[in-house]
Ligand binder design. Structure first.
Ligand code: SER
Length: 343
C-alpha cells in the first residue's frame, strides 16, 4: 500500500517553511516535502520524508508517486519576481513547466482514486499590472478579474499557471469520451509577505522585510523604492493560515478558483514609521531604483479580498498593529538578540 501524504514543493523556502510548521501543528498529515535545498534542521522532525531534488526532474516525481499516494499538493516552489527578471527563460521553466509537470502528475494519479487530488497554488499580486500612477490612484483595491496585465515574467507565469490549474480541474480533455480527471485546483493571490524568521530572496516587495530586519540588527537600510510606494502586505503565519483554510473549505462553497487575500496596505514611508516606533535609532533612507520602482508602481495599492471573506471566512490574524507588536517585533528581536542593535 502506498502511504497517503500531503506533498509540499519548495518546502525550504519562506512560505514552504511556514506551511510545514502549520500542517505539522494540525498533526493529522504525513508530509512529503521537496526542495532543491535541505530542510532547515528545526523542521526535519516534522515531516515524514524530505527529498532534495528538482521539480523539473520527472523521473524523481514518477518515483515519488510509485511510493506515495498524494492527497493534497501545496506547490510553493517558484522563482520570485526580481530573480525571474534576470532569467526569464529559467523563470518560465521553474514557474510554468514545474507547475505543468505537477498538474500532469496529479491528473494521471487522479485516475487511480475516486476522490480528487487537491492542488493548492500560491499566486501573487504580480499578476496585476496598472499602466500608470493615475490608474493606480483610481483603482485602489482591485478585484480578481481587474487589471490582469502583468509587467513581470513572474506575473505572467503566475497568471498562466492559475489558468492552467483551472483548465486541468474543469476542462482537461473536454472532448474525450471518458473525462475522468479529478483535480481540485485552488489558488490565492498573495500580497507582499513578511516573516519574522526568514528573509525573502529575489522578490520586489523585499524592501519591507529587509527594512524591519536591518533595523533589528542595527544596520542602516537604503530602501530601493520611493516613500510613497504603496502595496499591500500580510504576515507569513497568515499566508500559511490562508492556504490551509482555503484547502479546508468545502468545494461547493467556493465560487472562484482564484482568490485575493491580504491584511494591510502600507506605503514605504509608513513601514519606516512603524519600524522607527520600535527601533527609534534605525537609519532608513530612500534611494529609489527606477527599475524595481516601476514594478512596484504597477502593483495595486491594495487587494479586495471580499470574495475570500464571504466564501470561506478569510480573516487575517494579524492586522497592522498586531503584526508588529505581537509577531514581528518580539520574534525578530529575539532572533537577533546578542547581535548589535535589537530593541
Ligand atoms: N513578493 C513577491 C515578489 O516580490 C510577489 O509575489 O516577487
Amino acid at each position: 500500500m502506498r502511504k497517503k501524504v500531503v506533498f509540499v514543493t519548495g518546502a525550504s523556502g519562506e512560505v514552504g517553511q511556514a506551511i510545514v510548521k502549520r500542517l505539522a501543528e494540525e498533526g493529522n498529515h504525513d508530509l512529503l516535502t521537496l526542495d532543491l535545498q535541505s530542510l532547515p534542521e528545526a523542521l526535519q522532525s516534522l515531516v515524514t520524508t524530505h527529498i532534495e531534488g528538482d521539480i523539473l526532474n520527472n523521473i524523481l516525481l514518477a518515483r515519488l508517486v510509485s511510493e506515495y499516494e498524494i492527497d493534497v499538493i501545496y506547490h510553493l516552489a517558484a522563482l520570485l519576481s526580481k530573480s525571474s527578471e534576470f532569467a526569464p527563460d529559467t523563470a518560465h521553466e521553474v514557474n510554468v513547466e514545474g507547475t505543468l509537470g505537477l498538474l500532469r502528475l496529479a491528473a494521471e494519479q487522479s485516475q487511480w482514486r475516486s476522490k480528487p487530488i487537491q492542488f493548492v497554488f500560491p499566486s501573487s499580486v504580480a499578476v496585476y499590472g496598472l499602466p500608470d500612477p493615475e490608474s493606480k490612484g483610481l483603482y485602489k483595491r482591485v478585484r480578481e478579474w481587474e487589471w490582469n496585465q502583468p509587467r513581470t515574467i513572474y506575473g505572467c507565469n503566475k497568471l498562466y499557471c492559475e489558468m492552467l490549474g483551472s483548465y486541468y480541474s474543469q476542462h482537461y480533455r473536454q472532448l474525450a469520451a471518458d473525462q475522468s480527471v479529478l483535480i481540485d485546483f485552488r489558488a490565492l493571490r498573495f500580497p507582499g509577505l513578511i516573516s519574522a524568521f526568514t528573509l525573502p530572496t529575489g522578490g520586489t516587495s523585499d524592501y519591507a522585510p529587509e527594512m524591519i530586519h536591518a533595523a533589528a540588527q542595527g544596520r542602516p537600510y537604503k530602501c530601493f523604492v520611493r516613500e510613497d510606494s504603496r502595496i499591500s502586505f500580510m504576515t507569513m503565519p497568515d499566508a500559511a493560515k490562508s492556504l490551509v483554510r482555503l484547502a479546508e473549505a468545502p468545494r461547493e462553497e467556493l465560487t472562484r478558483q482564484v482568490y485575493n487575500v491580504t491584511s494591510f496596505s502600507l506605503s514605504a514611508a509608513e513601514i519606516r514609521d512603524m519600524v522607527l516606533k520600535y527601533f527609534p535609532e534605525a537609519e532608513i533612507t530612500f534611494q529609489p531604483d527606477p527599475k524595481p520602482q516601476a514594478i512596484i508602481d504597477s502593483w495595486p495599492a491594495d487587494l479586495d479580498d471580499s470574495a475570500a471573506q464571504i466564501d470561506w471566512g478569510w480573516e487575517p490574524t494579524y492586522d497592522l498593529e498586531r503584526a508588529f507588536s505581537e509577531y514581528l517585533i518580539p520574534n525578530i528581536t529575539e532572533r537577533y538578540a546578542g547581535e548589535s542593535g535589537g530593541a
